[in-house]
Design a protein around this ligand. Structure first.
Ligand code: BGC
Length: 348
């Protein structure tokens, strides 16, 4: 079989390997034929040698953590059958396990020994065939078809909303206004989930090229191509850019109480002046909460499956800007203005 592999922390080492042996299913494992993987910032970092870990005793890691596949065979009683559309759950619990992993909250792993398909010490889904235990697989509504490749980013956003709800439930809170910063895949999915909740949604992104404005407006949300036209008094902010200066700007735009969910990873290197007293008073006097969120556990994958099944399929289809054949996987890493989600077709 073919697989896209990389030597972590070695820029330029990503390549297509042909003639690899198909994985042998272990006891109880499901065999899945890969259809698509999605490419995100983490994959770019893997390619640039900035992130990632190979499996133990190996140089190369199979990439791909945003997946879509079709079950080839599944053991009786697994809840899955041949032909099911599925995605692989990215993170697996640490082996100790820590108290969080022991109760299925591997997204809150406490000792850092968790592994992640296609990122950390576990081969990813960027191959023609992969195997996994049934509890590491999410079934996808067949109506989604190829759009099931959006499951992983949706699970990350679902976790952000789940945590926002848990934080909000500490006192009366009836959120009506949402600000999303960044109109990439994560930001657009955050806006979608905000609209599903009946919120008034503003989305901030840079510039006006590509389909982002029209994708935002099709949700019934408002697109801003700069912070100048944004308001204040947002109940919830979903920060999806990781851009340092923006993070402090949005904190100042919350109402009382406000919840700011940070979902973006920062590139580093920028410096801004922040008055800690102003920041402190903003948080204290408004009962604000700022929190970071990464990854997703099984309950969030379930939430994601429900969200996508209920979403407008034509709108979701517009998120997938390009489908690049595996044989030309490099093209999936070329930056093209207006790209939202680029996917790699594992069958071509
Ligand atoms: C993935 C997460 C993962 C994180 C850190 C992100 O790109 O979507 O599932 O936990 O990278 O490795």
């Amino acid at each position: 079989m073919r697989a896209i592999t990389v030597i972590p922390h070695q820029a330029g080492s990503m390549r297509l390997d042909a003639n690899l042996a198909e994985p042998d299913p272990g006891p109880g494992e499901v065999v899945v034929e890969g259809r698509y993987i999605g490419v995100c910032g983490t994959d770019h970092e893997l390619r640039e040698g900035a992130y990632g870990w190979a499996p133990p005793e190996r140089d190369r890691l199979v990439i791909g953590h945003e997946s879509l596949g079709v079950v080839r065979s599944a053991p009786a009683g697994s809840g899955l059958s041949a032909g099911d559309l599925v995605a692989g759950i990215v993170r697996r619990p640490d082996p100790v396990p820590c108290p969080a992993c022991a109760v299925g909250q591997f997204d809150f792993c406490r000792n850092g020994q968790y592994v992640e398909h296609g990122i950390k010490s576990l081969d990813g889904f960027g191959r023609e065939v992969w195997t996994a235990q049934p509890d590491a697989i999410q079934r996808i509504d067949p109506s989604l078809g190829d759009l099931g490749v959006l499951m992983e980013p949706t699970s990350v956003v679902a976790k952000g909303w789940d945590q926002t709800d848990k934080i909000s439930s500490r006192a009366f809170f009836s959120p009506e206004r949402l600000l999303v910063t960044g109109a990439g895949t994560i930001g657009l999915l955050a806006a979608l989930m905000g609209r599903h909740r009946g919120m008034a949604v503003d989305v901030l992104d840079r510039g006006d090229l590509g389909p982002k404005r029209s994708l935002v407006e099709a949700l019934g949300a408002t697109y801003h191509d700069g912070p100048g036209t944004l308001g204040k008094g947002y109940d919830v902010v979903m920060e999806c850019t990781g851009a340092g200066s923006l993070i402090f700007d949005v904190i100042g735009r919350t109402g009382a109480p406000g919840v700011v969910c940070l979902l973006g990873v920062s590139g580093g290197g920028s410096q801004i002046k922040v008055d800690p007293s102003t920041l402190n008073n903003e948080l204290v006097l408004e009962n604000d909460v700022i929190f970071g969120s990464v990854n997703a556990n099984k309950s969030h994958w379930e939430m994601a499956a429900t969200t996508l099944a209920a979403a407008d399929k034509d709108w979701l289809a517009r998120l997938v800007s390009r489908k690049v054949p595996m044989s030309k996987f490099d093209e999936a890493f070329e930056h093209s203005e207006g790209d939202v989600k680029v996917t790699i077709d594992l069958q071509h």
